[in-house]
Design a protein around this ligand. Structure first.
Ligand SMILES: C[S@@+](CC[C@H](N)C(=O)[O-])C[C@H]1O[C@@H](n2cnc3c(N)ncnc32)[C@H](O)[C@@H]1O
Length: 406
C-alpha cells in the first residue's frame, strides 16, 4: 500500500443520473428514461442501548431497507448520506461506513474465501492508496475465534497483494484522521468494505474505538475505561493534553477517571461531594477538594489545561458549573463533558437535551469539537469542547442548528 500518501478526495460513490430532458427538445425518446439507481449502502454501528430507537433512526435517515448484521451493525441505504452527520439521530450512531464492496456469503463454507476476497480487495482498492487496511468483526464479542483468525489472514494476504508500501501501515491511532482508510467488517454474514476517513467514520478502528477492559486488578470504577477511550477518540480531532498538564475534574468520586489521568502523568485537582477511593490517598500529583463543584473556588493564580466533568444530575446544571470555571482554563483548553441523559427517552428528547447543553456551552465560549457514545457510556454521551481557540477543521462540529452532528 502507498502508506502515508494522503488519499485523494473520495465520495460515497453514489452514481448521479444525468438524464437529458427530451420533453422540451421536441424529439421522441428512443428509450424510456433510466430510473435513478438505488441509494448506496452504508454500514452503521448503533449501540445496543439504542436498539429500541433503530426503526426511528432508519426512518429519519430515509432508508427504504435495513438488514441487521452481527451485533450492533445495520446495513441501510440512506437517501441522503449527509444526514449521517447532520440529523439529530446521528449521535445515536457510533460508527459508519459507506459500503463500496460487499460479499454477502457464509465465509466458513466458502472454499478459498481469503484468497478470493484478498484478490478482489487488491483489485478494487489498491489504486486508491488507502493509508491503512483495518478489518473488524461484525460480532466482536463472539467466543468463536474463527472470524478473528480469518480477519487476520485476510488482512495479511491483502497487504501482500497491495503495491509495496513506502512505509509500514501506521498504527491505528497514528493514522491521519482525514485520509482514507480501507475499513472492512467480517462475520458470518460476509464481508463489507469501504474507504472512509477515520474522522468521518467516527473511529480509528473498524467499528469504533479501541476496546479497553474495565476489569483490571487496579480498576476503581468503569469510568476509568471511559476517559481512556475518550482520550483515544479525541485524537480524531486534536491531540490530547501533553503529559504533566493540569486537569480540573468535577464529579471525581470514587476516582476511576482520576486514577487513569494520574497513570498518564497528568496533575489532577479533583472535586466531589463524596470521598475518593483510599488507594488514591497520598498521590503526589493529586489535590482533592471535598465539596460541591458549584461552590468550588480555585486559587487566583491557577490555570488548568483541561476540565473533565462526570457529574451526575441535570446536565444543564453540570455544564453551568463547568462554564463558571472556564475562566480558569487556558485559551484553547479542553473540556471533556459526560452528558448524562438518564431518564431522557426518545431521540427528540435526547436531541433537545444535548442541543440545550451545547447552546449553553457555546454561549459560554466553548466550541463543540465532537460528541459521541463510547463503549462504556450507558444513557450518556461524551462531548468534547475547546475554549475560544482557532477552529480545527471538523465537519461534524458545526453547532449551527439544534440538530447537532455526533
Ligand atoms: C458518575 S459519578 C463519577 C464517577 C467518577 N468520575 C469516577 O471516575 O469514578 C458522579 C459523581 O458526581 C458527583 N457530583 C454530582 N454533582 C456534584 C456537584 N454538584 N459537586 C460535586 N460532585 C458532584 C457525585 O457525588 C458522584 O460521585
Amino acid at each position: 500500500m502507498s502508506i502515508r500518501q494522503k488519499a485523494g478526495p473520495f465520495s460515497d460513490q453514489r452514481v448521479e443520473s444525468h438524464t437529458l430532458s427530451l420533453e422540451h427538445a421536441n424529439v421522441t425518446p428512443l428509450n424510456p428514461p433510466t430510473p435513478s439507481p438505488p441509494p448506496s449502502p452504508w454500514l452503521l454501528r448503533i449501540p445496543e442501548i439504542f436498539a429500541d430507537a433503530v426503526p426511528e433512526i432508519i426512518r429519519r435517515l430515509d432508508s427504504p431497507c435495513c438488514t441487521k448484521l452481527g451485533h450492533e451493525y445495520y446495513l441501510i441505504r440512506p437517501a441522503a448520506p449527509a444526514a449521517l452527520r447532520q440529523a439529530a439521530v446521528a449521535r445515536l450512531v457510533r460508527w459508519n461506513l459507506p459500503v463500496h464492496h460487499s460479499w454477502p456469503c457464509c465465509p466458513r463454507s466458502m472454499p478459498g474465501f481469503v484468497e478470493k476476497a484478498a484478490q478482489t480487495l487488491a483489485r478494487k482498492f489498491s489504486a486508491r492508496h488507502p493509508q491503512s487496511l483495518l478489518i473488524g468483526l461484525l460480532d466482536p464479542g463472539s467466543r468463536d475465534t474463527y472470524y478473528k483468525k480469518l480477519a487476520s489472514n485476510l488482512r495479511g494476504r491483502t497487504l501482500q497483494l497491495f503495491p509495496p508500501p513506502a512505509l509500514p501501515p501506521p498504527e491505528s491511532e497514528d493514522q491521519d484522521p482525514e485520509a482514507a482508510t480501507l475499513f472492512c467488517l467480517l462475520g458470518k454474514e460476509g464481508l463489507f468494505c469501504g474507504l472512509h476517513s477515520p474522522r468521518l467514520a467516527n473511529g480509528f478502528y473498524a467499528g469504533g474505538t479501541r476496546f479497553i477492559s474495565r476489569d483490571s486488578a487496579t480498576t476503581i470504577s468503569r469510568a476509568g475505561a471511559k476517559i481512556a477511550e475518550a482520550l483515544h477518540y479525541l485524537r480524531l480531532h486534536r491531540p490530547p493534553p501533553p503529559a504533566h498538564a493540569h486537569w480540573l475534574e468535577l464529579g471525581a468520586s470514587p476516582g476511576g477517571m482520576t486514577a487513569e489521568l494520574l497513570a498518564r502523568g497528568y496533575r489532577v485537582t479533583a472535586v466531589d461531594r463524596a470521598p475518593l477511593h483510599p488507594r488514591l490517598a497520598g498521590s503526589p500529583a493529586l489535590h482533592f477538594v471535598c465539596g460541591d463543584a458549584a461552590s468550588f473556588h480555585p486559587p487566583p493564580d491557577i490555570r488548568y489545561d483541561a476540565i473533565l466533568s462526570d457529574m451526575n444530575g441535570d446536565a444543564r446544571d453540570s455544564i453551568r458549573s463547568v462554564l463558571r470555571l472556564t475562566k480558569k482554563l487556558q485559551p484553547g483548553g479542553l473540556v471533556v463533558f459526560t452528558l448524562k441523559a438518564g431518564g431522557v427517552g426518545t431521540p427528540d428528547e435526547i436531541d433537545h437535551l444535548c442541543g440545550s447543553v451545547i447552546a449553553l456551552a457555546a454561549a459560554g465560549g466553548l466550541r463543540l469539537l465532537a460528541q459521541t457514545h463510547l463503549t462504556y457510556n450507558r444513557h450518556e454521551f461524551t462531548l468534547f469542547f475547546e475554549l475560544g481557540a482557532t477552529a480545527h477543521s471538523n465537519p461534524r462540529s458545526d453547532t449551527s442548528s439544534s440538530s447537532q452532528p455526533r
